[in-house]
Every structure is written in C-alpha cells, then in structure tokens.
Design a protein around this ligand. Structure first.
Ligand code: ATP
Ligand code: MG
Length: 510
C-alpha cells in the first residue's frame, strides 16, 4: 500500500504532453493523491486496485493511462473495442464519456456508450464501425455480445469503476462473464472510494500482481464535509425541514430509500415551491436525462434520488446532501454523502432521523467512521437549519416548470409555498422572488435566475456571502456560514471557478 501526497505534476508522472495540456485547459494541473499514487503504475500497464475518497479524481486516474496506452495503436476492428470501461449506471457511463471525450479526441480515439433504456441501433452501428473505447453498463453490453455485435477479444485495458459495487451480487455474474471475455494478461484497473472484501473475488481471479493504492484510509472521511444528524420530533416534520433546507441557495441532493419515495418527495417539494427533479429506476431514460440536465443547468436546484445517484455522479457545487431516509449501510452513506465536498470544495451532509431510526443511524455512522453532530430539531424554524444551509430561502411558485403543465403555476402553488417557508424567515415578502399572484412562467424564471446567479458565484465554497442583502436574518446566517467555510475550501480553491481546483484543495486537506 502506498500513501502518496501529490507534489509533482502530471508530466513528471509520465502523462503524455497533449493530455497534460487538456487537463491544464480545465484548470487541472496538480495530480490528486490517488492520481499521483496510481499513474506511474497504470501508465506502465500494471493492473491497479485503487481507492481514493469520493470526489478525489479517480476518473482521470483511469482515463489518462487508458488513453495514453491506446494512443498511436492500430485502429479498432469492427465490433472489437480495444478498451472497456464498466460502470453501474447510465448516468455515470455518460459522465465518464464526457470526461473522456477531449482526451480521446486528441489521441484520435473513438468512443461508444452502451447501456439499456435506449434503442440499441446507434450502439450497434458504432460498434460495427469500429470503436476504440466502449463505456458500458453490464446488462446491455452482454446483450450485444450475445447478439454478435461485440467481442471483447481485442480489449487491452479494462476498467471497473465503482468496483466494489460491480462486485455486488446483482452485478457480479455479468461482470465476471465480461472479464472472462477479455484477454488474459490484458491490463485491468479497479477503482472505488470503498474497497472491501466483496471485491476479493475479482482481485484474485482477474488481477495479476496488482499495484494496490489506497490514497487515504477507509476511516478518514473527506475533511471538508460537515456531518449532521437532525433528530426530528416526528415524521411530519420531515417535509417542512426539507423545504427549509432545499430552498436555500445552491444545489441540494436529497436521497430517499425507494423510487416511489423519490418521486413523491420531488412532487411535494415542487408543490411547495422548491424546484426539484427526481432520479430513480422507474423513470424512462429520456426523463432521467432531462431531469439530470435540469439539475446540471440549475433550472432545478434540488435532485431527489434513490441510491442510483449515490455512486460516482458529479455535479459542480452541490452544497448540501440530505439523507431524507437514512441509508441502510455505511458504504451507501459514504457514497451518497460524497456528492458534496468534491475536489476540495466544502459541503454539508444532513441525515434526518426519527425516534425509530436512532439505533440504525448510530450504527451506520460509526461504521462509516463519521462523528456527526446530532441535534434535536422540532420543525422548520430551528436556527440550525439556517446554519446548515445558509442564505435567503427562495420559493418558486409551482417549483420546477419543466414538470408542470402550462397554466398550472402561479397563485395556488405560490400561496402554499409562501406558507411553507420564505415568509417565515425572511421577515418580509421582499426577499421572495415571486409572490403568490405572479404570472407563473415569469415568476419561475425570476426565481431560478436568482438561484443560478448565486450558485455561479460559488458563494458557499468560496467564502462570499450567499445572502442577497435584503432580510437581515438571512444575510447574517449566510455570512456566518460562509466565513466558516471560506477558511477551508475557499482559501484552497482560490480562483473564481469551482472547477479550477488547485493542488492545495486536494493536498492541503490531509
Ligand atoms: N487533479 C485534479 N485537480 C483538480 N480537480 C480535479 C483533479 N482531478 C479531477 N478533478 C475534478 O474533481 C472532480 C471529481 O472527480 P471524480 O468524479 O473523478 O471523483 P471520484 O474520485 O471518481 O469520485 P467518486 O468516488 O464520487 O466517484 C471532477 O470535477 C474532476 O474534474
Ligand atoms: Mg468516480
């Protein structure tokens, strides 16, 4: 096991200059610990087992060697990709492809995603044309292989992202079959923020003399992440507390246990004036894509999701993760929570807990190596909520307009939203972007514009005030919170964009 702190640059680790330049364009100049630890081995072609915290840059840790090793080689033959990346969800596959695209383009490599829920025609065509790198969820790839559209016999590099999850019972048989179809002796890399015994079976069978790198200890959580448990007086307080937290500036990800729970909660939040989208396995792929786009663009400030969004998904500037239902096990807690405080930014994690859940929550935070601050909260007015999610509450009549039929916005929902929060803490209607009587579309736009603007400032992670200046209570809370955060990630992040994470933001934290 190696514990390497990054102190060098990508070129010195052996990353080709053109790839280094692409990273530099994105403000990425100093390797994170997991990158510094694994790249020398992975670039040489060794099998790698790598663990690094959530948000610590594992994606580039496997993409860089994969592209570097394929570059300059022979073009892929029809239906015979030269590299394979396997990940558990369609969203993650798509996200990895986005990170890969500029690197692959500079090396003249082609890519093809393969996952279910969409027509297979374009995927089959891509494979037939000859694709260098296939990024896939296991199920559809197996389908296409069985139909004769793809063979893994020419694969030189295989990556399992979220490797421990891919070794879970549901995935393991398919993952084994896929790995069995790749050539013996080809390079294999397994990455996750949590590597436990579950992956032993894959390690023993498929990795040869692997370089094992744990860039941090399993029991050392992301240091810029604040953990809180809110002990609710009753289950009826769950929604008002969520509305309060989620109507603060910035992006929020809320996790529920069930698909139905995610859908219902997103609907309730929208009805109450919090622009929200849901993400779970009951949605069509089109709806999943639309909803994630709305969350990325800021049109919806809250994502309500099942554990489908727990692994690997990166959205810039998620300030707050709320476990509306506590997860069932500690790994899920770590991965869900890891949607915030990524790449050196600060973030807050809140678990809502009822009396019946006290024992479970204690067990899972202990297993996760987290010491949360637990506070009894008797409703939405509790002052801690303004500290956890600082800034003015903004409610948008009708919530996320993309989900609302035309004409179903405005007065009625606005009235409900007002009653639920904005007025309560603002000390006046002036701060709320849209009163109950506003015309639906216009109101919604104004509200979303406000949120977007504040998000873009990166106020929460860079020590700027999130408050808009009106409403003394909100501004005071915002300033206080941000001062606290500013001393950590704000100082590290330095420049204007949250994407430009400096080296200090990674290495300075440990
Ligand atoms: N060396 C670096 N310096 C600064 N930012 C980086 C660096 N490497 C990656 N990043 C950025 O950090 C963010 C998180 O990276 P990534 O998604 O790869 O994390 P991860 O370790 O895979 O997390 P998870 O365990 O949640 O999947 C991305 O926005 C990425 O562009
Ligand atoms: Mg990842």
């Amino acid at each position: 096991m190696n514990n390497v702190t990054s102190s060098t640059d990508f070129g010195a680790l052996g990353v080709p200059a053109d790839l280094v330049a692409i990273l530099a364009d994105r403000g990425i100049t100093t390797p994170s610990p997991i990158q510094a630890a694994t790249l020398p081995d992975s670039l040489r072609g060794r099998d790698v087992l790598g663990r690094g915290r959530t948000g610590s840059g594992k994606t580039y840790a496997f993409l860089l060697p994969l592209v570097a090793r394929l570059a300059g080689g022979r073009r892929a033959a029809a239906k015979s990709p030269r590299a394979l990346i396997v990940a558990p969800t369609r969203e993650l596959v798509g996200q990895i492809e986005q990170a890969l695209a500029p690197l692959a383009a500079s090396a003249g490599l082609t890519t093809q995603t393969v996952f279910g829920g969409v027509g297979q025609g374009p995927q089959v065509n891509g494979l037939r044309r000859g694709t260098d790198i296939v990024l896939a969820c296991p199920g559809r790839l197996e389908d296409l292989i069985q139909q004769g559209h793809c063979s893994l016999g020419s694969v030189q590099v295989t990556v399992l992202d979220e490797a421990d999850h891919m070794a879970d019972l549901g995935f393991l048989p398919a993952v084994k079959r896929l790995l069995d179809a790749t050539p013996r002796g080809s390079q294999r890399m397994l990455f996750s923020a949590t590597l436990d015994n579950a992956i032993d079976v894959l390690v023993k069978r498929y990795l040869s003399d692997p370089a094992v790198h744990e860039a941090d200890s399993a029991q050392s959580p992301v240091s810029t992440m604040d953990h809180h448990v809110l002990h609710l007086g009753g289950r009826d307080q769950r929604l008002p507390v969520l509305i309060d937290l989620a109507s603060a500036p910035g992006r929020t990800v809320v996790f529920t246990r069930t698909k139905h729970g995610a859908k219902a909660l997103a609907r309730q939040l929208n009805k109450s004036g919090v622009p929200a989208v849901d993400l779970h396995g009951n949605l069509s792929q089109g709806a999943r894509t639309r909803n994630m786009d709305a969350f990325h663009s800021g049109k919806a400030s809250t994502l309500v999701a099942t554990d489908i969004a727990a692994r690997g998904i990166h959205v810039d500037d998620v300030a707050l993760v709320v476990h509306a239902d506590p997860p069932t096990e500690h790994k899920a807690y770590l991965h869900r929570s890891g949607r915030t405080a990524r790449a050196g930014a600060a973030g807050t994690v809140v678990t809502l807990m009822t009396d019946e859940q006290v024992r479970d929550v204690r067990a899972l935070t202990r297993a996760a190596g987290i010491k949360p601050q637990t506070t009894k909260v008797d409703g939405a007015g509790h002052p801690l909520l303004a500290d956890l999610a600082p800034g003015d509450r903004v409610l948008v009549p009708g919530g996320y307009v993309g989900e609302q039929p035309a004409g179903n916005q405005g007065g009625g929902n606005g009235g409900q939203g007002g009653g639920n929060g904005g007025g309560r803490r603002s000390g006046g209607g002036g701060r709320r972007r849209s009163g109950g009587g506003g015309q639906g579309g216009a109101s919604a736009q104004a509200g979303q514009g406000g949120r977007g603007g504040r998000g873009a400032q990166g106020g929460r992670s860079q020590g700027q005030s999130a408050g808009s200046g009106s409403g003394g209570g909100g501004t005071g809370n915002g300033g206080g919170r941000n001062r606290r955060r500013g001393s950590g990630a704000g100082a590290a992040a330095g420049s204007g964009s949250n994407r430009n994470h400096s080296a200090a933001s990674f290495s300075g934290r440990r």
